[in-house]
Ligand binder design. Structure first.
Ligand SMILES: [Zn+2]
Length: 221
């Protein structure tokens, strides 16, 4: 087993400054035939995904700088698949699902079903709400070097966009910041900490907002 620790931007809302540059750098293209190291990355991704509760993991989230991710293979969310050198070749403009525009009650979200919110292993205890495409056409290579073209929908499409963004050095924090700037649409939501009092939760929400501001300033550099 080669279970790997997830590289995080914050942990229990404490910022891990030394990880930000790595997670916000673009990863390298994979060439075929796969090297021993590429095969190790794939094994690490599979072992790690088996150990933790996740929809997908990008190679750079476990410290490997290559364009490979693991993610659910379809919307049944039952098994994982390896995606190498992934690309989006078409975004269906009429498939955009909106994010929440403004801050919401973190524990009683209104109209939950009709908005997008996304979590990330590298940004735990937070969800980010911003628009995503619910239908995209993609290309990628399999472990055997086979070229695949597929149309992905719903959550499967969301996972692909999320993991591909990671490989481009973009987290959901970047996406949320972009959306607030360009569309005036997006917010962050505290998750977890259910055992805490209302007052403690307000403190955590404040820390979350401070962290988000820190990233906004960081990404501007
Ligand atoms: Zn993520």
């Amino acid at each position: 087993m080669a279970y790997k620790k997830i590289v995080k931007i914050w942990d229990d809302l404490v910022i891990c400054k030394s990880n930000i540059d790595f997670l916000t750098s673009k990863t390298n293209v994979v060439k075929f035939p796969l090297t021993k190291y590429d095969k190790k990355i794939i094994k690490d991704l599979k072992d790690t995904a088996d150990r933790i509760d996740c929809a997908g993991i990008a190679a750079n989230q476990i410290g490997h700088n290559k364009r490979i991710f693991i993610g659910y293979s379809d919307n049944s969310l039952e098994s994982y698949k390896i995606y190498i050198n992934p690309l989006i070749i078409l975004k269906y403009q009429n498939s955009i699902v909106p994010g929440y525009k403004n801050e919401i009650d973190h524990y009683n979200r209104e109209d939950y079903e009709n908005h997008i919110y996304e979590g990330c292993l590298s940004l735990p205890n937070a969800e980010f709400s911003f628009p995503r495409y619910h239908k995209i056409k993609v290309q990628y290579q399999t472990e055997d070097g086979k070229n695949c073209t597929e149309t992905l929908e719903q959550f499967h499409s969301q996972i692909f966009q999320h993991e591909l963004d990671h490989l481009d050095g973009k987290t959901i924090a970047h996406r949320c910041i972009e959306s607030i700037k360009n569309r005036k649409e997006g917010t962050i939501i505290l998750v977890g900490y259910k055992e805490k009092s209302r007052e403690q939760l307000q403190k955590k929400i404040k820390t979350l907002h401070n962290n988000f501001q820190y990233l906004k300033d960081y990404f501007k550099r």
